[in-house]
Design a protein around this ligand. Structure first.
Ligand code: CA
Length: 226
């Protein structure tokens, strides 16, 4: 999640992260960041200090109360750096504007690796293997028993998201947030059920008895830990 009120900076960071294979969502205010944090369930937060309304320091304090996800500050001035370093607001790293996008990407990668281990790396031919299912995250390919399966982009994104954190339960609204097409009408949480059903038809040996994607009754879905 990128919290930044300057559209050009936000877009630059978003494009750079997406180029590395990450999914990046922009929010423009601290209020919106706090509101949407649960639904977006981000793995990392890029947080501008100077925001209209609640500032980045306060956002950081409030996020820290509910998450261990790494937070990296974007600061504009030296006195802000002093505050980031000195006040222990709970940030993991910071960059001073103007910063190089390459530097930001390398800091993000380092923080993700530290927080989540190898699973965080989208670049080093990261491949998930679960039984006879192989999900090649870099090439966006799924095979089962060496047979190539044909998933749509949305189906792949959902499968990747679930399989990256086996055992973690995602609500339908979190998954919808991930795949939402803001131009399309009539999308609700049932959209997710339809996508999951299509994915199961493709990856599960027996879609009626899913082995990979579990339904967590009343909550959502989780990728099997076995
Ligand atoms: Ca700003």
């Amino acid at each position: 999640m990128i919290v930044e009120d300057e559209p050009a900076v936000a877009r630059g960071v978003q494009v750079a992260l997406e180029r590395e294979g990450y999914t990046a969502q922009v929010v423009a205010t601290g209020e919106e960041a706090l509101q949407r944090f649960q639904d977006l369930a981000p793995d990392l937060v890029v947080l501008d200090v100077r925001l209209p309304g609640i500032d980045g320091f306060e956002v950081c304090r409030r996020l820290r109360a509910q998450t261990k996800a790494p937070i990296i500050f974007l600061t504009a001035r030296a006195d802000e750096v002093d505050k980031v370093v000195g006040l222990e607001v709970g940030a993991d790293d910071y960059l001073v504007k103007p910063f190089s996008v390459r530097e930001l990407v390398s800091r993000v990668k380092a923080l993700l690796r530290r927080a989540y281990g190898e699973l965080a790396d989208t670049q080093t031919g990261r491949v998930l293997r679960r039984g006879d299912l192989v999900i090649d995250l870099e090439r966006r390919r799924v095979t089962r028993d060496t047979e190539r399966l044909s998933l749509t982009a949305t189906e792949f994104d959902l499968l990747r998201h679930l399989a990256s954190r086996p055992g973690r339960v995602y609500t339908r609204s979190q998954l919808l947030e991930l795949v939402r097409d803001y131009d399309a009408l009539e999308q609700d949480e049932r959209t997710i059920n339809v996508h999951i059903s299509h994915i199961r038809d493709k990856i599960e040996p027996d879609p009626a008895q899913p082995r990979y994607i579990r339904t967590v009754r009343g909550v959502g879905y989780a990728f099997s830990e076995d």
